[in-house]
Design a binder for this molecule. Structure first.
Ligand SMILES: O=C[C@H](O)[C@H](O)COP(=O)(O)O
Ligand SMILES: C=C(OP(=O)(O)O)C(=O)O
Length: 353
């Protein structure tokens, strides 16, 4: 063994491979921050409305709009209020749902979201993050706005899932058996994204797996290790987000996705993520993707039932720093509120026409 390797292997030179700190249980957090009757009704109505759209029983367009990630509760509530004011202006054509992402999957490393690091400084106050995220989601639900998030860490789902009307499984986790098992036990509609390579097969497999009953390892409401039995979730769908080779929202890609779903006996109901690889991560292109979805619907493509927009109060993005600009994303660059509301009003008009 050479000197460098020997030094690295000396037990005293290494920190412990891991350590732990207790967190509140889901039951404790829910008891501390309970859902009001009004918020519970809004969540339930949101779930039913999203289900009806994604099953094709309601012809409106589902629109999931909001920041790439929530990092500032004041800005998030400001955004939510604007979205709640816009909702009745387009409700004949659209159901607006707020994208409230508090966990971020990272390609390698980076800020993992409000749940993990609410102070944005690497201190990793996850107990504080859980409480802040739940408080914020409760405040948004009180506005009567349905909420959507990505469920990334299955152990964290139990702290928040009673607040959600829709959830995503991201491109990096659609292939994960653990996420499919979790979805099979959720009483809400869930979108599986295609993989980062653009492949939709993993999402189709995910839908079939999540529709099935499972037994899996998990955590119960009291925070105990538990065997979880699930009954299967019939309300899942494919989210097209593009891939390494480019976008997949255009008519030929949408038709191919419908054919692939039908071949597996899955009724096609699709959401197009106007951001990520569908916009080449250029937020200014998101309105064009939305326009294409609207045009395809008007041309008779009834399987296109929803869109997602990454949108914040102000356009663009910023790196994490001590001097953050208000209402600007700290993860992916977003469309600003003015462009978002104009794009949605235009889309609603086109759909009316
Ligand atoms: O939507 C957010 C990002 O695209 C995703 O979390 C990956 O982020 P990263 O590639 O910056 O880590
Ligand atoms: C990470 C996200 O998306 P994707 O899984 O499609 O990369 C996201 O929507 O924040």
């Amino acid at each position: 063994m050479n000197a460098t390797v020997s030094a690295l292997c000396t037990p005293t030179s290494l920190p412990a491979p891991r350590s732990s700190q207790p967190l509140p249980t889901p039951a404790q957090l829910r008891a501390r921050l309970p859902l009001s009757v009004r918020a519970a009704a809004s969540v339930q109505q949101g779930r039913e409305a999203v289900r009806a759209i994604m099953r094709g029983d309601d012809a409106r367009l589902l629109v999931i709009a909001g920041p790439c990630s929530l990092h500032d509760p004041d800005a998030a509530l400001d955004y939510a209020q604007r979205l709640a004011e816009l909702a009745p202006q387009v409700s004949d054509q659209m159901l607006l749902v707020m994208r409230a992402y508090v966990e971020k999957p990272r390609t390698t490393v980076g800020w993992k979201g409000l749940l993990y690091d609410p102070q944005l400084d690497g201190s990793g106050d996850m107990a504080g993050g859980l409480a802040l995220a739940r408080r914020l989601m409760l405040d948004i639900a009180e506005l009567g706005l349905p909420l959507a998030t990505e469920l990334l860490q299955p152990l964290a789902a139990g702290y928040l899932d009673d607040l959600l009307s829709w959830a995503a499984i991201g491109a990096r986790t659609s292939e994960s058996q653990i996420h499919r098992e979790m979805v099979s036990g959720l009483d809400l509609p869930v979108g599986f994204k295609n993989g980062t390579d653009g492949g939709i097969a993993i999402a189709c497999d995910a839908m079939r797996s999540a529709a099935h009953a499972h037994q899996h390892f998990g955590m119960d409401e009291q925070g105990r290790a538990a065997m979880i039995h699930t009954r299967g979730n019939p309300d899942t769908h494919l989210v097209l987000r593009g891939g390494h080779a480019g976008p997949n929202y255009q008519p030929d890609a949408v038709a191919a996705a419908c054919t692939a779903l039908q071949a597996q006996g899955i009724a096609p109901g699709l959401i197009v993520d106007c951001s990520h690889a569908n916009s080449g991560k250029d937020p200014a292109r998101q309105p064009q993707v939305l326009e294409s979805v609207v045009a395809q619907r008007l041309a008779g493509q009834a399987s296109l039932r929803g869109v997602m927009l990454e949108s914040h109060l102000f356009a663009g993005g910023q790196p994490l720093s001590k001097e953050l600009k208000y209402g600007v994303s700290v993860t992916d660059a977003c469309l600003g509120w003015e462009s978002t509301s104009q794009a949605l009003l235009r889309a609603a008009d086109a759909l009316r026409g």
